[in-house]
Design a protein around this ligand. Structure first.
Ligand SMILES: Cc1cc2nc3c(=O)[nH]c(=O)nc-3n(C[C@H](O)[C@H](O)[C@H](O)COP(=O)(O)O)c2cc1C
Length: 323
């Protein structure tokens, strides 16, 4: 029997920001099953808007120039949110993209703003849509959610199509020029595939079921068994090393001044050359070292992968039900 609680309209808040519209398509696909049974759910869509918009496509130097603030979580000034300060929701979806192994600046801006109080004591599902390196960013978002007293119950991730070596070319090409098409017969179109975006609706179907079943009872994970995330063990150490470098250089660049500072821009040029050198030397060295150490580190790496895949996990046993 359905309880009175279960019959009450569920209030859902969707917080998102997108430059190209890709993340918007993904979160809309995820929420489509909830909109289809509209009478049960009251959905508020809230775009997170920085006071000063970021450019797209990105001018080359501007792109790298946001890494110090991104990595050090320096919040940009944000436009006020449109929901009332004391609004309460049954569920919040926080959809974000990754900038330099960190949450994008508009998302950091929101999480550090007054508006983030809406997250307190509320179940939150994060949806990440990025190239493929999201582990560090999610650790930072988890900490920011914890700081505002949110209850993080699920995480789902969509990554760009094609092998990492291809997206290493297609994603920056897209971000710096706006060109998204595949080319030369070897490079796929940039971004997440349209089938992966369409498949995100399985999360929505599972959410509809869970919300209808749960009523006002405390919500646990709703997206387990749906292949919500998949941690690539090879990225665990690479992300850590890259983040360390971003962190140290970011600190130096922040000390040199704001994004407009000429001195900072000059130092940034040196960093970009250093970064390219690192990618051409340290990355291949890292791959070799990892292969050599793999037998000795397997156990601890497996544990770390499981931890990073929490709370939703990578198992797929419920996929057939919600496809
Ligand atoms: C400044 C910048 C830095 C980025 N850094 C990363 C990154 O570290 N890891 C990653 O997987 N994707 C990274 N991306 C790709 C984004 O996560 C995202 O896929 C892309 O910007 C499209 O998102 P959109 O919905 O805002 O258009 C970066 C994008 C930008 C603009």
């Amino acid at each position: 029997m359905i309880s009175k609680d279960t019959q009450k309209k569920k209030r859902i808040l969707v917080l998102y920001y997108s430059q190209t519209g890709q993340l918007t398509s993904a979160v809309r696909s995820m929420l489509a099953p909830l909109e289809a049974v509209g009478h049960d759910f009251d959905i508020t869509w809230e775009i997170l808007q920085p006071e000063k918009p970021y450019p797209f496509p990105w001018p080359f130097l501007e792109f790298f120039n946001v890494f110090p603030e991104s990595v050090h979580l320096v919040a940009p000034a944000m436009k006020p949110v449109s929901f009332a300060k004391d609004s309460r929701f049954d569920l919040i979806i926080l959809a974000y993209q990754v900038w330099f192994l960190s949450p994008s600046l508009p998302v950091t801006g929101f999480l550090k703003s007054e508006g983030a109080a809406v997250l307190r004591d509320t179940p939150v599902i994060t949806l990440i849509v990025c190239r493929n390196m999201w582990l560090n960013a999610q650790e930072k978002v988890k900490a920011l959610l914890k700081a505002v007293g949110a209850r993080h119950i699920d995480n789902a991730v969509l990554v760009d199509q094609g092998p990492p070596l291809a997206t290493f070319v297609t994603t920056p090409r897209w971000l710096l020029t706006g060109a998204k098409n595949g080319f030369w017969g070897v490079f796929p179109p940039a971004g997440v595939s349209s089938s992966d975006i369409a498949d995100a609706s399985r999360f929505g179907r599972a959410i509809v079921d869970a919300l209808k079943r749960n009523g006002q009872k405390s919500l646990g994970t709703m997206l387990s068994g749906l292949g919500a995330v998949k941690v690539n063990p090879n990225y665990v150490a690479s992300e850590r090393i890259a983040h360390r470098s971003f962190y140290i250089w970011g600190k130096l660049l922040l000390a040199l001044g704001a994004r407009e500072s000429r001195l900072r821009k000059a130092a940034l040029c040196v960093y970009v050359v250093f970064l390219l050198f690192m990618i051409l030397t340290v990355v291949p060295l890292g791959i070799i070292t990892r292969a050599l150490l793999k037998p000795f580190l397997r156990r601890s790496l497996e544990r770390e992968v499981l931890r990073l895949e929490e709370p939703s996990g990578s198992s797929t046993e419920r996929m057939a039900v919600y496809r």
